[in-house]
Design a protein around this ligand. Structure first.
Ligand code: ZN
Length: 156
């Protein structure tokens, strides 16, 4: 497995770093297929690292703060305008489906209901219940982190 740190910054761009986004590939030669978090700056950061966004099969969200989740609407719209055909799986905490729709509508009204060539399939995870996504086993654990959602998540 190859891990690329696409972003490791906080919500405020401290140190000039992009927000949280870790790209995982199955081996050295393959493009990344899974993103761990997708902060608001992540689409720019993925372009900066020349990572093909349409090859991303899944995004695993730790929680729904903007610096961990805010890039997802842009990733979806990027797929729409770049003729993506592969479905995008999003694994996130309870409320992910509603939050994605609300955020997309706030940013680009009508964008959450557009017909695309691919589906965005949301898998909402539950505390300590392992989810398998694209060959990756993700087990969320509730942590203390102030969020409007019930939980933050650490994955292993
Ligand atoms: Zn947070």
């Amino acid at each position: 497995m190859r891990m690329t740190v696409v972003g490791s910054g906080d919500a405020f761009g401290s140190g000039g770093r992009f927000q949280t986004c870790i790209a995982l590939a199955s081996d050295q030669a393959s493009p990344p297929r899974v993103l761990l978090d997708c902060g608001a700056t992540s689409l720019t950061a993925l372009r900066h690292q020349e990572i093909e966004t349409n090859s991303v099969d899944a995004v695993v969200l730790s929680h729904l703060h903007g610096d961990n989740f805010g890039g997802l609407p842009f990733l979806v719209l990027d797929g729409q305008f770049r003729r993506r055909t592969r479905d995008l799986i999003v694994v996130g905490p309870p409320g992910t489906q509603n939050r994605l729709e609300q955020t997309m509508e706030a940013l680009y009204p009508g964008s959450s209901t557009v017909q695309r060539r691919f589906d965005v399939r949301i898998v909402e995870h539950l505390d300590r219940q392992t989810v398998e996504v694209d060959g990756l086993r993700v087990t969320p654990f509730e942590v203390r982190h102030a969020s409007s959602d019930r939980e933050g998540v650490a994955a292993r």
